[in-house]
Design a protein around this ligand. Sequence first.
Ligand SMILES: [Zn+2]
Length: 136
Amino acid sequence: MGIEDETRAFVQPYRALFDGEPDVSVDQGWWPAVANALDALLALGEEYPKAKLRVFQVKQKLGELRIQCELDCVPPVMRLRLDAILHSAASACSVTCERCGRPGKQMCSSFGWLRVLCDEHAASQRERDARLDSEE
Ligand SMILES: [Zn+2]
């Protein structure tokens, strides 16, 4: 099973939150936090059937989890709860290795990428960077 198939299987329970094909591009270490957030968004949507809540993208940017939503007719109290859900998912991911899900911290490479990685994955990423660097 390739990573695309795995991602598709992972997002399957949350399809109702997306218009069309779900756009989820974070590595598997973050999937539990993303799943928690999407579960909470589904439940929130059921509580407020008149509101329109769609997720259009789940991605990593500058080492942070971004769950980007489109909102329409969302009452203020629902928006507050939505913000709390997104904030708690992002803060869980800020200390979780995006590759493997173990405790991690934000790393910055000489190439300028920012990612949350455990020591092991940060080390292998640095080795890869060093190899790329010496090939130039
Ligand atoms: Zn790791």
